[in-house]
Design a binder for this molecule. Structure first.
Ligand code: C2E
Ligand code: CA
Ligand code: CA
Length: 466
């Protein structure tokens, strides 16, 4: 009996040991898979997930040891441009050079990762600004040492955002703070350090962002309308809808303060949709009251423009408000349109197929060539305010404006000058054959009720609202 029990016990122990071994094997295998998941294929560095996971562990031990650490994000400038101009092999060479430099800077005790296509992060011991600067200098030398051609060495640049470990932050917060430094960077400084001021402005922006949603739901936004005047007849030929935010405690918040934020957080598509429906509804209401119909234009953000259902949204707004499409115009900026020209041609074509007009906003402010404009399906060209405001003094601006008007005419477009403020500008623009003016000389953007009075009377080239 004793022997049987002993044999059984030994067998049980053997089974348990075998089980333990196989569990351990599974764990090792799992770890192997995880490693592969956490590695960037091209460079062999940790990827974003891997960096965050290992970084968090390192912060925990720094918390216990009290060692000074910093997270540095190195952002490769214009990697896309390098790919375009020198080819993807050159782009890959640059990425590998940065990976090498990051690995070297991390040494044995630091952690390096490729956290985005063109961002490398480093968590390392660092005693403050002077040491961070030193690390960045060495980083630069290492990158340059890896590149094979002078052209690439001259084209490659980077900025570094740095956030010190304060003993509390987790790795994600530190990464966000270091990235924020790059976002608000001073381009004269390679190394930008995270400061309290930045944090305050970040908190404020975050608050504003969350308030925008409430603003939409509680009717704090309003559309103002700015007239577009015919140089020839002085009549109102159109209105641009421009959003205004009446904030319950801050008062008036200008679009320049919240539109860029809304663009980053994605709320912009909701805001633009609201603007589109509101403008169409308003225009139809004026027409139903018997006022002279004019074209109403709405601004479209990049996010809205690049949505797949953009024309479906426009056609839904027209159907719901029963506005005839010929009274609606969509403004797309030059920079936006030139990002992906094939897509732009396609989307603008579809919008025009609905019977809606399309204008190119801020023309002359970006870098698109006059020839690329020829390929776009457009109705109206809006000359950017920066050119118009120089007309009184700057001969070059006059020449450029003249060329734009000529090109617009050759393409049979209506040409509008934005930001017209002086009689001198009006005289010049009339002389070169520009069709429409929009600007403070005639009227600032006004609330809907003030526009009503203007829509019943023709104008005779005089300032209409001062
Ligand atoms: P934008 O589309 O270029 O609009 C023209 C801006 O120039 C408006 O500023 C207008 O008030 C201003 N302006 C017009 N005439 C003059 C002038 O004679 N002198 C000067 N100094 N300024 C003039 P606003 O209303 O502050 O809007 C700024 C920008 O915000 C707009 O530039 C547009 O890009 C954006 N925005 C406004 N409303 C919306 C909207 O509903 N959706 C989107 N996505 N963007 C909008
Ligand atoms: Ca506009
Ligand atoms: Ca504009």
């Amino acid at each position: 009996m004793k022997i049987v029990i002993t044999v059984l016990a030994i067998a049980l122990i053997l089974v348990a040991v075998a089980l333990l071994i196989s569990i351990r094997r599974i764990k090792i295998l799992e770890k192997g898979f995880k490693r592969a998941d956490e590695t960037d294929k091209m460079t062999g560095l940790l990827n974003r997930d891997g960096f965050m996971e290992q970084g968090q562990l390192a912060l925990k031990s720094a918390q216990n040891s009290g060692e000074l650490m910093a997270l540095i994000v190195f952002d490769v400038e214009e990697l896309g441009r390098i790919n375009t101009f020198f080819g993807t092999d050159a782009g890959d060479e640059v990425v590998k050079a940065f990976a090498f430099a990051a690995k070297a800077a991390a040494g044995k005790n630091g952690i390096a990762g490729r956290v985005n296509t063109d961002d490398f992060a480093l968590l390392t011991f660092c005693s403050g600004e002077a040491e961070a600067q030193e690390i960045a200098d060495k980083f630069r030398t290492a990158v340059m040492g890896c590149l094979n051609s002078d052209t690439l060495r001259e084209s490659v640049n980077f900025f570094a955002g740095v956030c010190d470990f304060d003993g509390h932050d987790d790795i994600y917060t530190m990464y966000n703070k270091a990235s924020l430094c790059l976002f608000t960077k001073d381009s004269n400084k390679r190394v930008n350090y995270f400061t309290r001021d930045m944090e305050n402005s970040m908190v404020e922006k975050e608050l504003l962002r969350s308030e925008m949603m409430t603003a939409l739901e509680t009717g704090q936004f309003e559309l103002y309308y700015q007239p577009k005047i015919s140089f020839k007849t002085g009549e109102i030929r159109g209105l641009e809808a421009l959003i205004r935010w009446h904030h319950p405690t801050k008062g008036f918040v200008p679009p320049s303060d919240f539109i860029p934020l809304a663009e980053k957080s994605g709320i912009i598509t909701k805001i633009d949709e609201w603007g589109l429906f509101t403008a169409c509804r308003q225009s139809k209401a004026w027409q139903d009251k018997g006022m002279r119909p004019v074209k109403i234009s709405v601004n479209m953000s990049q996010a809205q423009f690049y949505r797949t259902d953009v024309y479906a949204t426009i056609s839904a707004a027209l159907a719901e408000t029963k506005l005839d499409p010929k009274w609606l115009e969509v403004e797309v900026t030059e920079t936006m349109a030139m990002q992906d020209i094939d897509r732009t041609i396609n989307v603008l074509g579809k919008i025009r197929d609905l019977g809606v007009s399309v204008s190119m906003d801020d023309f002359g402010s970006g870098y698109s060539s006059l020839s690329s404009l020829k390929t776009l399906p457009l109705d109206i060209l809006k000359i950017d305010r920066s050119l118009v405001c120089d007309l009184d003094e700057n001969k070059v601006s006059k020449k450029i404006t003249n060329a734009i008007v000529e090109l617009g005419k050759a393409m049979e477009l209506v040409v509008l000058a934005e930001g017209v403020e002086t009689r001198g500008q009006i005289d010049f623009l009339t002389e070169i054959g520009c069709d429409l003016a929009q600007g403070y000389f005639y009227s600032k953007p006004c609330p809907a009720k003030d526009i009503e009075a203007l829509l019943v009377m023709p104008l005779i080239g005089q300032p209409i609202v001062k």
